[in-house]
Design a protein around this ligand. Structure first.
Ligand code: GSH
Length: 364
């Protein structure tokens, strides 16, 4: 299929097949999507920059909220529109081009893939944001390099100003991911367990669910580009605990050359035992966070506030989480009875099953 794109002068070119995205090196979701586009061999071009500066020059509306990455894609009529949020974008890209899918066809695998993708996007990102803005060495590193990723020849004075401004803003937002002096050891312990589980799993097979990557691999990779590749404290921990994760993060950057075989996904009745280690962390730390979200979601719907909250664009985390929770619900529904036979084996190990049934009820 061919779709429109935008040329250098900002003119819409019908029939081109290049997807444009705007993102940043220090943005895990940008790296997730870029790697996915490479693996899927979807023609694309990335603009390293801020959507607020780029989108208006193309005569398009800014997305609400503005997030990195921002995609420019054809809508149903083939007209260009701006879109954000990596998880639904991945599903949209599947529809544009079905080759080299990152979504397993088996509903049991699709469920685990979805769960792990969400865990990476919403929990592993806590490690990332926490380490980046908690310790002085990481703060100094990020404050210096992030502005240069937007403009490497930034004049000295402006660089100095941004080195002050960026950490001020980000440190004031640490509460959003729940990072503070009390939770720091909890986040650190979870990161270490996650790395140990990854080390064991990568010894068994190269991707989460077999010999080909799923959406979850790209989501994990996105966060790890920062944890392993950018921030000094989590990088040192990763080198110490999981050299395989360090190597995997380099390999995942470009899987455009990976050739696929017929049976590259794991079979759902023969899952590698090592996946339990990762799912244990999911069940222990992440699944329980769904419960208040699901409750909030049903309460908002009950009192009829959902639409006005969405319109006002307030509580962005809530919007994002609500999407994740309803996607997970759909994925659970697709499983139907098979959940009893396959995935539940994993969930029971973690004691996460009760959480899931409550999420399912709460999100209804
Ligand atoms: N759920 C979104 C999250 C994207 C996101 O949070 N991006 C960050 C940068 S990595 C961002 O744009 N933050 C801007 C802000 O919070 O103001 C996705 O999966 O794409």
């Amino acid at each position: 299929m061919r779709w429109p794109s935008i040329d250098k002068m900002g003119t819409v070119v019908k029939g081109s097949n290049t997807i444009q995205l705007i993102g940043a090196i220090g943005s895990p979701y940008t790296r997730k999507m870029l790697s996915l586009l490479r693996y899927r061999r979807i023609p694309h071009k990335i603009t390293w920059g801020q959507p607020e500066l780029v989108i208006p020059t193309l005569g398009l509306e800014l997305p609400k909220p503005v997030l990195l990455p921002t995609f420019i894609l054809p809508d149903e009529d083939g007209e260009l529109e701006v879109a954000t949020d990596s998880t639904p974008l991945i599903r949209r890209l599947e529809a544009i081009s079905p080759d080299r899918s990152v979504l397993p066809a088996d509903p049991a695998l699709a469920f685990i893939d979805y769960l792990l993708e969400d865990f990476a996007d919403e929990w592993v990102t806590k490690y990332m944001f926490h380490y980046r803005w908690h310790f002085q060495a990481d703060i100094g590193n990020a404050a210096t390099l992030l502005p240069l990723h937007f403009r490497v020849n930034l004049p000295f004075e402006q660089h100095e100003q941004m080195k002050e401004m960026i950490p001020e803003r980000q440190i004031s937002r640490l509460y959003v991911v729940g990072s503070n002096d009390v939770t720091a050891p909890v986040i650190d312990a979870s990161y270490r367990r996650f790395l140990q589980a990854m080390e064991a799993h990568l010894q068994a097979q190269p991707y989460m669910l077999g010999n080909r990557p799923g959406a979850a691999d790209f989501a994990m990779f996105g966060q790890l580009t920062q944890l392993v590749g950018f921030d000094p404290t989590p990088r040192a921990i990763a080198h110490q605990l999981s050299p395989r994760t360090v190597a995997w993060t380099s390999l995942m950057e470009d899987l455009g050359g990976l050739e696929l075989g017929a049976d590259d996904w794991n079979s759902s009745d023969q899952m590698p035992a090592t996946l339990r280690g990762i799912l244990t962390e999911v069940g222990k730390m992440y699944v329980p966070t769904y419960l208040p979200i699901a409750r909030l979601f049903s309460r908002a719907r009950r009192v009829g506030k959902w639409k006005s909250m969405a319109r006002a664009g307030r509580n962005r985390r809530f919007l994002i989480k609500r999407n994740a929770s309803s996607g997970l619900k759909k994925s659970i529904e697709r499983l139907k009875l098979r959940i009893e036979h396959v995935s539940i084996v994993f969930l029971q190990v973690q004691g996460a099953k009760p959480c899931f049934s409550r999420v399912r009820d709460g999100a209804r």
